[in-house]
Design a protein around this ligand. Structure first.
Ligand SMILES: N[C@@H](CCC(=O)N[C@@H](CS)C(=O)NCC(=O)O)C(=O)O
Length: 231
């Protein structure tokens, strides 16, 4: 069984979950909840950069979410048909990674208003570029003539924004259609309604992550350094 080791959250493992889902590869979330669990995983030597997520698949121990999604793109033929398609997949994936950062950080913000205004600003910067690319390609997809991993991770990033700002896609109709195309993929549909999909992150999730990784909580939390080990 394919195993994905990460905290009890979407975070940097979520693009990999969506790529496993679109490939219809069954997988298990192995939850790192306590620092001892991360120490034990590190002791296995399976983390070349000492970081999670870790994806155990096909006899490989994969690190770095960008490598995982490309492995899964090649495995499932989601990398376009030509060199140019592959290039566009990579170009879009780079921009999507930048775009998704603001969505990933939303849960750590001091107020909902800050989380929303930062996402509105990032959307205003990136979404017109994504919309222009979809117009230029004119197939309904980011690259080539069929679904690629770029489309999947773009929809995953949009899912973060949409939870905070449900009507955010109204000014970008091509992006809205692409999002619906990805959400209608059988594997994605099944994943999003399964127990494997974690809910929108809340403060408990932020605390779980800080405890598991022994890192600081955001400054607006009481006792932000309670999980940081100083020796
Ligand atoms: N570029 C990496 C980033 C991974 C990353 O930052 N992982 C964090 C958890 S979200 C981590 O393992 N932090 C502990 C550490 O770096 O020691 C990826 O996308 O996989």
């Amino acid at each position: 069984m394919t195993k994905l080791h990460y905290t009890r959250s979407r975070g940097r493992a979520e693009t990999t979950r969506w790529m496993l889902a679109v490939n219809q590869i069954p997988f298990e979330n192995i939850v790192i909840n306590m620092p001892e669990e991360l120490d034990a995983l590190r002791a296995t030597g399976k983390l070349p950069f000492d970081q999670i997520p870790l994806l155990e698949i096909d006899g490989h121990n994969l690190s770095q979410s960008s490598a995982m999604i490309r492995y899964l793109a090649r495995r499932g033929d989601f990398y376009g048909d030509t060199e140019t398609d592959a290039l566009w997949c990579d170009l879009m994936a780079g921009a999507v990674a930048d775009f998704s950062e603001t969505g990933l950080k939303a849960m750590f913000q001091a107020t909902n208003e800050i989380a929303i205004s930062e996402q509105q600003a990032a959307f205003a910067k990136f979404a017109p570029c994504f919309e222009a690319r979809l117009k230029q390609n004119s197939t309904g997809f980011c690259a080539g003539t069929r679904l690629s991993f770029a489309d999947v991770i773009l929809a995953e990033a949009l899912s973060l924004y949409l939870e905070w700002i449900p009507d955010i896609l109204e000014p970008t109709p091509l992006l809205k259609v692409l999002n619906e195309t990805v959400l209608s993929q059988p594997g994605i549909k099944a994943y999003l309604t399964s127990d494997l999909r974690y809910p929108k992150p809340d403060n408990t999730c932020v605390i779980d992550i800080a405890r598991g990784l022994q890192r600081s909580l955001p400054p607006h939390f009481p006792d932000p350094n309670q999980f940081v080990v100083t020796s």
